[in-house]
Design a protein. Sequence first.
Length: 309
Amino acid sequence: MTEVLVADRVHVRAPGKLNVFFEVGGAQADGYHDVASAYQAVSLYEDVWAEPARDFTVSISGTVDVTGVPADDRNLALRAARLVAKEIGHDGGVHLDIVKHVPVAGGMGGGSADAAAALVACDALWGAELGTHGLHRLAARLGADVPFALMGGTAIGTGRGDQLSPALAKGRFDWVIVTSEEGLSTPEVYRRLDELRAGPDIAPAPRVPAVDPGVLHALRAGDAVALAAYVRNDLQAAALSTRPELRDVLETAERSGALAGLVSGSGPTLAFLAGGAEEALELQVTLAAARHPALHVHGPVPGARVMPV
């Protein structure tokens, strides 16, 4: 049946994410990897507007390069909209207007945030009232990072990363991120990790990935200095072997006061933990002066949510 329309246009904002800890298991028979991740949603957002339409269409713009973002059914947000329509038997369509601020193919889950925002927007637009459980069930069908973009905050992800448990994080953590004009393919980075693990240079895959307890203690205490001792990303070696110039940026930031630095997700975005807002601003200025595009963000922030009109 067709649900009653409850709004003419809905605006939803969803955050990008950082993997402050990311341990990757070995490749499974289907080629995927089990992971253990500590996710933190940060204050770099995707904005999605949804309005009634006869078909399912999308327009894409933003403050980042959106050249490679598909505007057809390969788009994760459009797929999310179709899932909601199928779930409730809605026989109309929707037009999604996506304004992107999270780097594309940058390891911060921008596409997943778009999908999460589309789920929430269509749920509100069509009065679906799917609830948290229903939306998360659909999100899990769209990709490992989509459920976290719905949840936001700080969480531990296991399995493919979509088995989420909220994690208590006290206070605020300040990060400086350095973006790149050229993205990295997530499947290619995982393949490169498997290649490196087959050689003598890096440790083999853990049998069962797990988040170090020190990460949880530091997050719970709101202690950036303590967290810096534990931040880690198993994909970092693979990303750096593909884009070795990123290593120079990591070293520059760490010499300039960053408590720790790491590749975000599959890269190439780099994330640097600062001691506080003032230290983050100083680091941002230093990196910008060295001609590295740097942004100051903080976390944790809420997940996808409807914005007031």
